[in-house]
Design a protein around this ligand. Structure first.
Ligand SMILES: *[C@@H]1O[C@H](CO)[C@@H](O)[C@H](O)[C@H]1NC(C)=O
Ligand SMILES: *[C@@H]1O[C@H](CO)[C@@H](O)[C@H](O)[C@H]1NC(C)=O
Length: 350
């Protein structure tokens, strides 16, 4: 009990920031809080997520970290985009939710599902979660012929993926096309993570002679997953729901305008609706607009002010940096420097 409440008090401000980023609770009152209260305070949890939170308070901390990992990576990948991974709208464990079933929404679902799986798997390997650890199936000889043994700690990616499925997918409670889209993208994110796990090996024997070798499974750096998903984002496919004839509910997704019932592949990111241009603030689409965003006055790329500011123009800010330079040592004993300065410009969208 002591270690759990200590753990929660250490992490609680952080989760609380991730989950609500606004209201704030004093640390001293946090120590006294139990899982029940914490789970009830987290906004935007679906009923099954709240139940999981209550039964596994140790895991909710890791889930918060995983969601943050996903959000941070999303912000990094889209730092030069008109859409910078921010949204207006409903606040959930995974940040603000985009209302439109766009490519951008697809990306956020895939990266948070992957983030949670990554964080949970890492926590298992480090012994930070109660019910998991290293992958126990990976022991003994891999195969006799290949001549290496499992050793060290193999990441239990299956556990992380399954946990992400249980928690992240539980927020899809409506029976509509968007649910199918979200579930597909969650699965795509986890699948891409799973496919990027690697085998790492170490040689043993006299002076590195490699008479025996031990190997284990490692997780990829999350940045790598960010780049992979960004690529999938740029090739995302538009889909439409197919309703089974008797049931009114959409039962699966097919590629839009495809002949027959061609389905997207497992690792495709899928979207239902075209993206807004993200130029103006708009509650209906969740767009925050680009007012006040930094842009590059000399670039013609997407960072460029013309594109970023959507033709509204930009403000120029001058700033001067001053520092000591050309320092010389004089005998004996002092140092004489010049003062150098440089004036730079920054541009922000009007
Ligand atoms: C994204 O852009 C909006 C609108 O300019 C801004 O308020 C927000 O702070 C930005 N977010 C990040 C992570 O840069
Ligand atoms: C602006 O873009 C140009 C050309 O793409 C690049 O060389 C320069 O470093 C950029 N400046 C900033 C401040 O990002």
């Amino acid at each position: 009990m002591c270690s759990r409440s200590a753990l929660l008090s250490v992490y609680y401000p952080q989760i609380f920031l991730i989950l609500t980023s606004g209201s704030y609770l004093a640390l001293s009152s946090v120590v006294a809080l139990g899982a029940n209260i914490i789970c009830n305070k987290i906004p935007g949890l679906a009923p099954r997520q709240r139940a999981l939170c209550q039964s596994r308070p140790d895991a909710i901390i890791v889930i918060g970290e995983g969601a943050q990992l996903g959000i941070n990576e999303c912000q990094y990948q889209f730092r030069y985009g008109r859409w910078n991974c921010s949204a207006l709208g409903e606040r959930t464990v995974f940040g603000q939710e985009l209302r439109v079933g766009s490519k951008e929404a697809a990306f956020t679902y895939a990266i948070t599902a992957a983030g949670v799986a990554h964080a949970v798997t890492t926590a298992c390997s480090q012994g930070n979660l109660n019910q998991c650890g290293c992958d126990r199936e990976k022991h003994g000889y891999h195969t006799q012929e290949e001549g290496w043994k499992w050793g060290g700690c193999s990441a239990d990616i299956k556990y992380g993926v399954e946990f992400s499925r249980r928690f992240v997918d539980a927020r899809e409670i409506r029976k509509n096309a968007r649910r199918l889209m979200n579930l597909h993208n969650n699965e795509a994110g986890r699948k891409i993570l799973e496919e990027r796990t690697k085998l790492e090996c170490k040689c043993h024997g006299v002076s590195g002679s490699c008479t025996t070798r031990t190997c284990w499974i490692t997780l990829p750096k999350f940045r790598e997953i960010g780049y992979m998903l960004k690529e999938r984002y740029s090739e995302a496919v538009q889909v439409e729901p197919v309703r089974a004839s008797r049931l009114r509910q959409p039962s699966f997704l097919r590629l839009k305008d495809s002949r027959g019932y061609q389905k997207p592949t497992d690792t495709d990111l899928v979207y239902l609706e075209r993206s807004p241009n993200y130029c103006e603030e708009d509650r209906a689409t969740g767009s925050t607009g680009t007012r006040g965003r930094l842009c590059n006055g000399t670039s013609t790329q997407t960072v460029g002010c013309n594109v970023m500011c959507c033709g509204r123009g930009y403000n120029t800010h001058h700033y001067t940096r001053v520092w000591q330079c050309n320092c010389k040592f004089h005998w004996c004993c002092f140092v004489k420097c010049n003062t150098c300065s440089e004036t730079s410009e920054l541009f922000t969208c009007k």
